[in-house]
Design a protein around this ligand. Structure first.
Ligand code: MN
Length: 292
């Protein structure tokens, strides 16, 4: 492997009952295309007393993409959206100038044991859309383009890739593709996707050059340097990336912006309870005191 490729090891942290692997940002690579943060949820068994219960918290300047391999989650936000997201569906919330949301295990599942496994991904907005009105969009599994090549099952989750377009209404040139394979096979990135490339090994392994990268790791490269990759047997990976922005993005707590002042203002507004909240919800996740 050339020394311009970076293997990013998944670092783990606890959020309440959950072990979350924070894949990016990383010291040596802050963003991949417009993707600025990836949270790996599980795989973990929930219930009967353990479940997801993330109360009201704000975002600005980004879109969140929720994609589950297993389990279900209920998303509610200050735009009035209230949506149950099943495995394979895409929840796409654009914060723009400001949104507040909650994520919870469905009431009906809280008494039972259920598995959850998935990702929540943050995608920075282009500078000219950072101030847009917040919006939520739901795309069901059946609407996503799927195809099979060399025994690999592809799903285009978001953006453009492999000559196809996902209906998820993204705001810049990007892609997120899931590949699942039962057997060891190879695939190409050459001319199939545009921009920077991230490969997240969710299950199994991949091989590139002489390197074997096991599940739980992410590989970041430039598109010209990784053309062909081998996906291992019984493996699931996510390809993601796209065209980077010209300006730097600042990330602080739940806020993303090209302008540090906007982040300061958002923090003040959250502390002073100036955000529009989720109707009928009284939860409130305070700004961490070290962030004030
Ligand atoms: Mn959130």
């Amino acid at each position: 492997m050339s020394n311009t490729s970076i293997i990013i090891e998944e670092r783990s942290r606890d959020i309440g009952n959950f072990l979350v692997g924070r894949l990016i940002p990383f010291r040596k690579k802050r963003m991949v295309g417009p993707f600025c943060f990836i949270d790996h949820m599980g795989p973990i068994t929930l219930g009967p007393k353990k479940y997801i219960d993330v109360g009201q918290h704000p975002h600005i300047g980004l879109s969140t993409l929720t994609y589950l391999f297993k389990g279900e989650i209920v998303h509610s936000d200050s735009t009035g959206a209230h949506q149950r997201i099943y495995a394979g569906d895409v929840g796409w919330m654009t914060a723009g100038k400001g949104v507040v949301h909650t994520e919870r295990s469905p009431e009906g599942l809280r008494g039972k044991k259920t598995d959850i496994h998935g990702f929540q991904i943050w995608v920075a907005l282009p500078k000219e859309l950072e101030n847009m009105k917040p919006k939520f969009s739901f795309t069901s599994k059946s609407e996503l383009p799927t195809w099979t090549k060399n025994g690999i099952e592809f799903t285009l989750i978001a953006g453009n890739g492999y000559g196809k377009k996902s209906p998820v209404p993204v705001h810049s040139s990007l892609y997120m593709v899931q590949l699942i394979s039962d057997t060891k096979s190879s695939f190409s990135l050459d001319n199939e996707v545009k921009g920077e490339v991230g490969v997240c090994v969710v299950e199994g392994y991949i091989e590139t050059g002489n390197e074997k990268i096991e599940q739980g790791n992410m590989l970041v490269s430039k598109v010209n340097e990784v053309c062909d990759i081998i996906i291992g047997e019984q493996s699931r990976i996510l390809l993601f990336g796209g065209e980077p922005f010209n300006e730097e993005r600042y990330i602080d707590w739940n806020f993303v912006s090209s302008d540090k002042e906007k982040i300061k203002e958002a923090k003040k507004n959250w502390v002073n309870k100036k955000f529009k909240m989720v109707s009928g919800d009284s939860s409130y996740i305070p700004l961490p005191s070290r962030k004030v």
